[in-house]
Design a protein around this ligand. Structure first.
Ligand code: A2P
Length: 310
């Protein structure tokens, strides 16, 4: 079974989870059922914004795996910062469950809830409709309240830089975020931010650990050479590299063979990688390959190193 990590509130999280961003509604139910029933995944990473939570819920029920054995995460979309509990209720209803294991603020950005588009409101000049004056501590206080009520077992953030954590969350928080979910992979390893998170007891989670769609990581020379040396696939090494660092890793796939190999391959790679392999992989981004692969559609300085356009 999958190794677990203890969060700062004692809740245990399986180190591998199935990502569901960009999984089409008509594919995700089968993918989730397969992952739970046939492979042994016990962790699903979801979000209201992915538009497929109903179908994820179907997959959970079809798998026959009891709810209590599965770790389920959802996320607050950017338009919903003023109605956190209602947004959680919506995700719970969509998934067909009565509590979440983890709930995250999806981005440190509040978009206009009365804007012209339900998820990505735009202004007449084409810019995103961002409410710049909103205080994220007021969002966080609502997550703390819902945690107290028991609708969620742990709370955290996603896409938060050190600067935003230090200026907008930690000085006001009663509960320190349990996790920060970030774009973490071979070409965007975020070494400094992860070290900072560790110092605060915040567990890093990696989304797009394989580099998302049309990934340049799958043909990376260093990762491929290490993979063939150990008789592994390059994807296994990309995932095992993160697992071995105790980063919660969330590969997305709707393809049964990949859903299976990502799970078994990541665990195999995590145990086979040598200290020397890891050092080589640690240096890849700094050798000229540093690249964020996910560019959010808002022109806001979020305080990250290596943010596109800075
Ligand atoms: P698919 O879902 O069609 O199988 P990430 O987890 O970094 O976001 O990457 C997800 C992307 O990588 C998806 O396009 C997914 O395709 C593909 N993918 C997932 N697992 C593998 C794998 N083991 N080998 C190659 N591509 C993969």
């Amino acid at each position: 079974s999958c190794p677990k990590i203890k969060l700062n509130n004692g809740v245990e999280i399986p180190i591998l989870g199935l990502g569901t961003w960009q999984s089409k509604p008509n594919e995700v139910a089968t993918a989730v059922e397969y992952a739970l029933k046939e492979v042994g995944y016990r962790h699903l990473d979801c979000a209201w914004m992915y538009g497929n939570e109903k179908e994820v819920g179907e997959g959970i029920r079809k798998s026959g795996v009891p709810r209590s054995e599965i770790f389920i995460t959802s996320k607050l979309w950017c338009t919903e910062h003023q109605r956190v509990e209602a947004a959680i209720d919506e995700s719970l209803a969509n998934l067909g469950i009565d509590y979440l294991d983890l709930y995250l603020i999806h981005w440190p950005i509040h978009l206009n809830p009365n804007g012209n588009h339900p998820t990505f409101p735009t202004l007449p000049d084409g810019k995103r409709d961002v409410l710049y004056d909103w205080k994220l501590k007021d969002t966080w206080a609502q997550l703390e309240a819902v945690l107290k009520k028991g609708k969620v077992k742990a709370i955290g953030v996603s896409n938060f830089s050190k600067r935003i954590l230090e200026t907008e969350i930690l000085p006001y928080a009663t509960v320190v975020p349990a996790v920060n979910q970030l774009e973490i992979h071979l070409y965007n390893p975020q070494h400094n931010l992860i070290e900072y998170l560790r110092s605060k007891g915040i567990v890093p989670q990696a989304y797009s650990p394989l580099g998302s769609t049309n990934s340049p990581l799958l043909t990376d020379e260093t990762a491929s050479a290490i993979a063939s040396k150990h008789g592994l696939q390059t994807a296994d090494v990309l995932l095992g590299y993160l697992v071995e660092k105790e980063i919660v890793t969330l590969p997305k796939s709707v393809t049964p063979a990949r859903i299976a190999s990502n799970y078994t391959g990541a665990l195999a790679a995590a145990s086979k990688l040598t200290k020397e392999d890891v050092e080589k992989l640690d240096g890849v981004a700094a050798s000229g390959k540093q690249k964020r692969l996910i560019t959010p559609p808002w022109p806001v300085d979020l305080g990250f190193e290596n943010w596109p356009g800075q």
